[in-house]
Design a binder for this molecule. Sequence first.
Ligand code: FNR
Length: 407
Amino acid sequence: RKPKVPTDHAELERRARKAMSERAWAYIAGGAGEGTTMTANRAALDRRVIVPRVLRDVSVRNTGIELFGDTLPAPVLFSPVGAGALVRRRADVLIGRAAAQLGVPYIFSNQGSAPMEDVAAEMDRIRPGSPRWFQLYWSVDEDLVDSFLARAKAMGASAIAVTLDTTMLGWRPQDLNLGSLPFARAEGIDQYTSDPTFRDIVARRLKAVVDKQKPEVTPGAIRTLVSIARNIPGPFLKNLTAPESMESVQTFLSIYSRPSLNWDDIAGLRERTDLPIVLKGILHPDDARQAIDTGVDGIIVSNHGGRQVDGSIGAVDALAAIAPVVDGRIKVLVDSGIHTGADVFKALALGADAACIGRPHMYGLAIDGADGARDVVTNIIAELDLTLGLSGHTAVTDLDRSALSEV
Ligand code: FNR
């Protein structure tokens, strides 16, 4: 039977594009600026080639790893992807189902399209305790940060991934040219609207506005709060309506992040959660060193899928520079541009403990819902296993640079 989800990336992309609205495609497939970082992600992978070995008895192979107390079938995770509702309603619940079916960790986005508790419940329904992480965008409001950390702990997160590369949204021409902004229709704010602390913040600010106690609250901020409040049940918020405006989206984006974030905050985070802390968006070896000095448990080498800084280093080139510096002291994950099992193999050979998959699983979701997201990652793992054996290796944990050459 013909598979619903194509087994090669080019066709996967083509079919996903057909299955998505123009607006969804622009947001999900798009990158920063001229797209050169996305190109660099692929170039860094394509320049490295696998040099297979033969006659090594590869009849029994092991793709499994241990990561932060979880036993994983393969060194693969689902990257956090916000605003998934552009593709499917409650996208995160569907992806959670896919991840639980595979036993592969799903990193829930702070800008998810379903409350984390709902995604966790779906995962537990399929496979109790199946691994999930929470990805944090550090809000300007510290109480909100604590609330997210507490919810993540309560819903069974194995780790917190703090995303550092998105203190502001990058320059994204595909969205800008359409005049389309994610979040304008409240996609990706469900972690917020389901949060008791966030509801308090909104209620307080709205009350202050109504009472005219805070004249400094800008019209844009008010519009945003009102548009967020539309999604919050509650008597006094009911009959409010709000225009979808650029300003309100920008104001929301200013609530979700704190551009003044610095290393002291990360050091302080250690006191606020006992979960492993993983810094997402590390590209410079000196930042990797500082991450270790700050006492975090892991990093994700990532340029956010080329969506933030145009003209930046390919993620796997950054990995090649960072892995020797880290030298096994903390976990090193990587994402951005990883499409296939062979790509995962290369990342592992360069020193990554695991790789995360972003857009490809969203393409599967667009084509065939939860099954599609699952099948994309199933295919990547299957090809990883074949690549492992066909190049003369039996365990992903044994891979090192000797498996690769550069062209
Ligand atoms: C992302 N990414 C992301 N990262 C994060 O930490 N929080 C988020 O909410 C999002 N949202 C998001 C939305 C969309 C549509 C995309 C494509 C990406 C980045 C993501 O976690 C990951 O770093 C990249 O997607 C990896 O690159 P590939 O696999 O898409 O090439």
